[in-house]
Structure formats: C-alpha cells, structure tokens
Design a protein around this ligand. Structure first.
Ligand code: AMP
Length: 297
C-alpha cells in the first residue's frame, strides 16, 4: 500500500443530476469529493474546503474514510455548495442547470502550518482566486502542483486563471476547454500552445476517447478501460486526477500515472454519483491498471 500525502482543495457539496436515460436525482458531489475518493485509496489526502451544517452524513463518512487530515476543512452554519447538471444525448456534454455557492461564497482557504509545507498539491476546480489563495500560503519549494478548471472560469475570470496556470506543473483540462483556452481546434497544436502558458505538462481529458499528455519531452495518448455501460460521467475528471496524483505522489512515472487515472475514472462512470466506487478497491484498481498496461504501453 502506498501512502504519500497530497494537499487538495476543491468543491464539496450536493449535486442534482439529469442523465440522458432519464435517470435523475440528488447525490453528494463536488470536485474534491471525487478526487478524495480515488486519490485517498493510495495516498493521504489533506483536505482544504468548506461545508455547511446541512452536509449529509454520507459525505462526512467519505471524508473520514478517504481523507487524512481534516484540520483545514471548515464546517460552518449555512447551506453547502450545490450544483445541478443535465447531460446531453452523447453522455459527454452537459449544461449547468444551477450553481448555488452557499457557504462557498465567503470561503477563504486557511492552511495549517503542516499543510503549508506540502510537497504535492492539487487545486481542484474552483474559482481561480481561491486556487491562488492556496498557492500564496504554500511554503514548500520543491513541490508538484496540479490544477483543474472549467469553461466558466475560462470565460469569466481569465486573467486569474492564467495566473494559476502559469504557476502549476500539471494542468488537467478537458478537450473542449483546451480548444477554448488555446483558441486552437487541433489538439496536437493546442497542447503545445497551452504549455507556452506555463505548465510543465498538460493532460487533455477526452472522455470516452481517453486522454492525451503533452510536455516538452513527452507526447502520450491512451484510451479508456472498457466498461459495460456508462451510468453517470459526473466526477470522471476529478477521479482521473485523483488516480494520476496518487501515482505521482508515490513516485510512479507519469506514463504509469495516466493508467492509474484512467482506471480510477472507469469506476466513477459505472455508477450514479459515487456509487460506482463500491467496486473500487486495491485489487480491482490494480487489475484495471494491469489491463491498461497490456493494451496501451
Ligand atoms: P467533473 O465531472 O469531473 O467535471 O466534476 C463534477 C463536479 O464538479 C460536480 O460534482 C460538481 O459539484 C462540481 N462543480 C460543478 N461546477 C462547479 C463550480 N463552478 N465550482 C466548483 N465545483 C463545481
């Protein structure tokens, strides 16, 4: 078992999901929730986030089990973050139905002195100003910083987002966001263009078509683990990032880390909300990583 530490910030809340097969409903969600569930299997996740007093017990149990240090998780009076999303018929594109910030509205991350010295840092998808607030408190110098983002921030807070991207080692971004941020439709050109913005690596997530990594020296493309049926794609990106970061923190090469990410995301999409992870444990994760190794390396 691997157990290196990662400092992670992101949203924690309640999602309302509407899927193309007409299934809909409420579930725990948030970028940090999915990240913690996958990365927490093989690393110690030090949580930076906020929840309201309405946050469900089920979510608290997840953080107790898969989180390590919850010192910087703020629990305050008020409503937790809540997001609603409706997927299009292709199961990949989605429309945001609502975003209720709740207690997130007045959130300012405050890091304990131990967390300020983290070597591995994951900035999940939240307002870039909050990602910057975390980075401003970091004291460690030889660290690896990764971040994720979304179209909302590319459209509404581009200069703060550019500042974050310029400071990180790894940028996780999906295909349409990569096109949007680089202004370039061809992914083989958009990857190198994003590298010019500052990150050492950019990992472009392509949903059911896998992912593509670009760095100065590497250009890697891998496909996905074949699942029987997609049930809900929500959180696949955060779950992927969780697998990748856990592997990196434990010293694996990025080419292997991509397999960890891909295998982790495959469990996510197999169930509604976080239900797919019921099947994810050390041995089932290892089995899927081995499958990917035999097929993509
Ligand atoms: P993913 O499918 O990997 O992009 O992640 C989905 C998660 O992102 C959901 O559980 C949402 O709660 C969360 N999310 C959606 N919009 C936002 C936002 N504006 N800020 C923070 N988290 C968000």
């Amino acid at each position: 078992m691997y157990k290196k530490s990662i400092l992670a910030v992101g949203s924690i809340g309640i999602d309302w999901l509407e899927l193309p097969d007409k299934k809909s409903g409420k579930t725990i969600g948030g970028s940090l929730t999915y990240f913690t569930r996958t990365a927490g299997l093989n690393s110690n996740i030090n949580i930076v986030g906020i929840i309201g007093d309405d946050y469900p017990e089920e979510g608290k149990k997840l953080f107790d089990k898969y989180g390590n240090n919850l010192e910087d998780l703020q629990i305050v009076k008020g409503k937790s973050f809540s997001w609603g999303g409706k997927y299009h018929q292709n199961w990949e594109d989605r429309t945001t139905l609502f975003t209720e910030l709740g207690v997130f509205e007045n959130f300012h991350p405050k890091l304990s002195s131990k967390n300020k010295n983290s070597d591995f840092i994951y900035l999940g998808n939240i307002h870039p100003n909050l990602q910057l607030e975390v980075l401003e408190q970091i004291n460690s110098s030889n660290n690896i910083i990764a971040c994720d983002t979304m179209n909302l921030w590319i459209e509404s807070t581009r200069s703060a987002l550019d500042e974050v991207i310029q400071k990180v080692d790894i940028l996780f971004i999906n295909e349409s966001e990569a096109i949007q941020i680089s202004n370039c439709k061809d992914l083989d050109l958009s990857g190198p263009k994003i590298l010019e913005m500052g990150p050492k690596m950019v990992i472009i997530k392509k949903g059911s078509a896998g992912c593509k990594l670009f760095s100065k020296d590497l250009n890697i493309e891998i496909g996905v683990y074949p699942i029987k049926k997609i049930t809900d794609p929500t959180g696949a990106g955060d779950s992927f990032a969780g697998g990748v970061m856990a592997a990196i923190a434990n010293g694996f090469h990025i080419s292997e880390a991509l397999l960890w990410g891909t295998a982790s995301a495959s469990f996510c999409v197999e169930g509604f909300g976080l239900e797919g992870f019921k099947k994810m444990n050390q041995s089932s994760l290892k089995q899927r990583i081995e499958y990917l190794k035999n097929n993509f390396i």
